[in-house]
Design a protein around this ligand. Structure first.
Ligand SMILES: *[C@@H]1O[C@H](CO)[C@@H](O)[C@H](O)[C@H]1NC(C)=O
Length: 294
């Protein structure tokens, strides 16, 4: 098969600069700011923030034996890979994570030019850092097993997100900060509590699957936004890859958390992070390997 349009292995400096400007608002993951190679402005910050990022990476205890768990997977699209996973968490697991979040809620933040800040227009929700007991590590393990235990790939500490009425997250990519050796490879958007109206996860550039059976999972109403809007359903997850094989961020993964119009939505992000050179934990998580920090 001829392939005349050879694509560069990695983004050119110009592309990186453009993307850095366009993607001004990075995700509000804790400790995550612009990593060195993508943003010259933040070179001074890049070492500490990269280290903070690496320190937030975890790997489930490999000696832990997790009960088997059934879920149903449906392919939305294969390029970029977007999947709908029904019952990724059981109702009990979802409730447990909500309980574990109690008394831990704090205002969600965004990163704006490398500075952690809040902005209701961009992101209005609360987040809670989840302790890593066996139940939680088994969820981390499920997420890694689902992806085939990719090499040098870790889980970012889990945070839940609570969206009350008017809570939302504006259109963004999850790959806003990335380098050749360090990036958020995939996202599971899991719904833990979905006693709400609105609050769908909206992908304007992904076509809604045609089959009417999808209407259980996606908004099929005439008012539905362009593209596909996944309905919050307790225990279900939307999974997608953020990068293609050459390491380019998929532009079609732009998405938003639509405003909640009644009730409360609680979500869980499970982000997998590729960190080249970070040692594979033998049984347990290794410490940060500072010589590989960008
Ligand atoms: C969201 O709703 C809960 C009650 O369901 C309340 O305790 C909490 O303070 C609300 N958060 C905000 C930011 O209003």
């Amino acid at each position: 098969m001829a392939n005349n349009t050879k694509r560069p292995q990695w983004r050119t400096a110009v592309e990186v600069a453009v993307i850095s400007i366009v993607i001004y608002v990075a995700l509000g993951a804790p400790g995550l700011s612009s990593l060195g190679p993508t943003n010259n402005e933040n070179v001074k910050q890049s070492v500490p923030t990269a280290r903070a990022k690496i320190e937030s990476l975890v790997y489930p205890d490999e000696t832990l034996s997790c009960p088997s768990h059934k879920y149903g997977v449906h392919v939305v699209t294969s390029e970029p890979l977007v999947l709908y996973i029904d019952g990724f968490l059981s109702g009990e697991e979802a409730d447990y994570l909500v309980t574990q979040s109690q008394d831990k809620w704090q205002t969600s933040t965004i990163f704006n030019g490398g500075v952690e800040t809040t902005d209701d227009k961009v992101r209005k929700s609360e987040k809670a850092l989840i302790d890593r007991d066996d139940t939680v590590q088994c969820i981390e393990q499920r997420a890694l097993a689902f992806q085939g235990w990719p090499a040098e790939t870790f889980i970012e500490r889990l945070w839940t997100q609570r969206y009350n009425v008017t809570g939302h997250y504006a259109y963004h990519y999850d790959w806003a900060t990335a380098s050749k050796i360090s990036r958020r490879v995939s996202t599971f958007m899991v719904y833990l509590a979905a006693d709400c109206e609105g609050g769908g996860t909206q992908f304007p550039k992904i076509a809604r699957p045609k089959d009417a059976r999808w209407c259980e999972f996606v908004d099929c109403s005439p008012e539905a936004e362009e593209g596909v809007t996944f309905k919050p359903r307790k225990g279900a997850a939307v999974f997608w890859s953020n990068f293609d094989a050459a390491g380019r961020g998929y532009k079609d993964t732009i998405h938003a958390g639509l405003p909640v119009t009644s009730g409360t939505k609680i979500g869980l992000n499970i982000w997998s992070w590729y960190q080249a050179g970070h040692s594979t934990p033998q049984g347990h998580i290794s410490g940060p390997s500072t010589e590989h920090v960008a």
